[in-house]
Design a binder for this molecule. Structure first.
Ligand code: SAM
Length: 479
């Protein structure tokens, strides 16, 4: 029985409800009156405090996903762009993944770290190696990391993850600092989530992989990850442990995308209904080639067109949730979906354990093949040339603006007086410390143009002052 507030996985992600949703969507995919009313409901509107958006339910959004009428799809794209502009402006947050260990006891059939893969070298970073990786990352300009590890109770226990987090935050190389560590590790206990919260993590990220229980069980045949309920209820435990910024995700290609899309939105609705705050981010990875993994073995792969439609509809359905895209996608795809709603991207990623400290990108322990292989300087310049502001901002969680307090900031339209200035300040730091001459020139011109868009004159003056102080060598200003 579907119950959005239930704490049981099979009730808040009810298979029956998803099936009914898909039938309803299919039956209404040419129902123009309904499609128009759904699009109308999703449009941004002004109220006293600022711009607002209603978002969509999983049923409404599924109708839009089912709709194949070209003009309506164009309307969806236009609306997604509009919503993106209203809440995220032209900022794109930049991060990098950091792989700590590929030891894993699970049997995930799509992941090269699975237990039975005896070919892949197993590696776990020592604290000295973590230091080398972080210095290498800081030296390119990164301020925000997502740490990644396989699941292994003795090789990667929570104490190891916590030690790594402490090491990462402690390193200050030249003007570098990692100011936000997001964590992507296997589902764990409330007690461990509490420890992660105390260690000062940003977002806890866990991909559901697939919401289809039967497929989930087959795709995770062995190991603790086989437990569908434990995995699906992880975000509830994270919230109980005090982590109020959680990141959802589906690994597209494993199951039918329409099923996954409905499940993903039901998960978001569940968190909102139960804890009063929806997911902080949603990630949209697609299966990639890796060591002993051939993506063509999975028959639910989606085209770039469908991928773009999914990104646009996530933007429309959950307007206050960030969308993350990784270097699994190439430059052209990234360009398209950034416009349609993506708000965070990784740059210059290495998905091998210990990869950043190496001169050349190593392949031996890679979790997946990286499609976008450009340097961070190239990614930053590319974004700016398209008119985006690459942001290295980490202010919100450092100022305690997590969970519903962050959502409040979005909903009251204060982003332009807060996130926008923070993006400019952190970009200026990047330009001073790490950018090539050409990137610095493009960036400084962009900053000059963008300062004038800060609505509050007092904030504008402070930013101008901060920029001068950064020029003189000071760092780490924020609103
Ligand atoms: N081990 C953790 C867990 O159980 O959730 C998470 C870390 S794992 C390193 C990060 C994510 O990479 C996985 O959740 C999965 O979605 C994704 N992944 C695994 N194999 C992949 C592949 N071949 N192509 C693309 N993404 C993959």
């Amino acid at each position: 029985m579907y119950n959005v507030k239930s704490r049981k996985a099979e009730e808040f992600i009810s298979d029956e409800e998803i099936r009914e949703t898909l039938e309803y969507a299919e039956a209404n995919k040419n129902n123009l009156a309904l499609i128009d009313s759904i699009l109308q409901k999703a449009r941004p509107y002004k109220d006293g405090a600022g711009v607002r958006c209603n978002g969509l339910t999983h049923r409404e959004a599924s109708v839009l996903l089912a709709c194949e009428i070209p003009e309506k799809i164009q309307e969806m794209y236009k609306l997604a762009e509009e919503i993106k502009k209203a809440f995220y402006g032209n900022r794109i947050v930049i991060f990098a993944p950091l792989y700590l260990s590929n030891y894993c006891v699970n049997g995930c059939v799509y992941c090269p770290y699975h237990l039975k893969n005896s070919k892949i070298p197993r590696k776990k970073l020592t604290q000295d190696e973590v230091r080398r990786e972080v210095i290498a990352l800081q030296d390119t300009g990164h301020k925000r990391l997502a740490i990644e590890a396989g699941e292994h109770p003795t090789m990667n226990p929570i104490s190891y993850i916590l030690e790594c987090i402490q090491t990462i935050y402690s390193i200050k190389h030249k003007n570098g600092a990692i100011r936000r560590v997001n964590v992507n590790i296997a589902a764990t206990t409330v007690e461990n989530y509490r420890k992660l919260k105390e260690a000062g993590i940003g977002t806890y990220i866990l991909f559901q992989e697939t919401y289809h229980k039967e497929s989930y069980l087959a795709l995770h045949p062995t190991g603790p990850k086989h437990d569908y309920a434990y995995h699906t209820e992880a975000m509830d435990r994270a919230m109980e442990g005090g982590i109020d910024d959680v990141g959802l995700g589906v690994l597209f290609g494993l199951e039918r995308y329409k099923y996954e899309f409905a499940g993903l939105l039901m998960h978001a609705e569940h968190l909102e209904a139960t804890f009063g705050v929806g997911p902080h981010t949603i990630s949209v990875p697609r299966i990639k080639r890796a060591d002993d993994i051939d993506p063509s073995a999975f028959d639910n792969s989606i085209s770039d067109e469908i991928f773009a439609k999914l990104c646009a509809l996530i933007r429309i359905a959950v307007p206050y949730t960030g969308i993350i895209i990784s270097t699994r996608e190439n430059q052209a795809v990234r360009e398209k979906v950034i416009r349609l709603g993506v708000s965070q991207i990784s740059g210059a990623s290495r998905t091998s354990v210990g990869g950043y400290a190496e001169e050349e990108r190593p392949h031996d322990t890679e979790q997946f093949d990286v499609s976008d292989q450009r340097s961070l300087d190239e990614v930053v310049c590319w974004l700016m040339e398209m008119g985006y502001i690459p942001s290295f901002c980490t202010a919100c969680y450092r100022e305690g603006r997590t969970g519903d307090r962050f959502m409040q900031l979005c909903k009251t339209g204060q982003i332009q007086n807060c996130c926008h200035p923070n993006a400019l300040i952190t970009l200026k730091e990047y330009l001073m410390d790490y950018a090539s001459a050409n990137t610095a020139e493009v960036g400084n011109a962009l900053i000059q143009k963008e300062i004038e868009k800060i609505p509050n004159p007092k904030v504008r003056e402070i930013v101008k002052n901060n920029l001068i102080q950064i020029q003189q060598g000071q760092r780490d200003f924020r609103f």
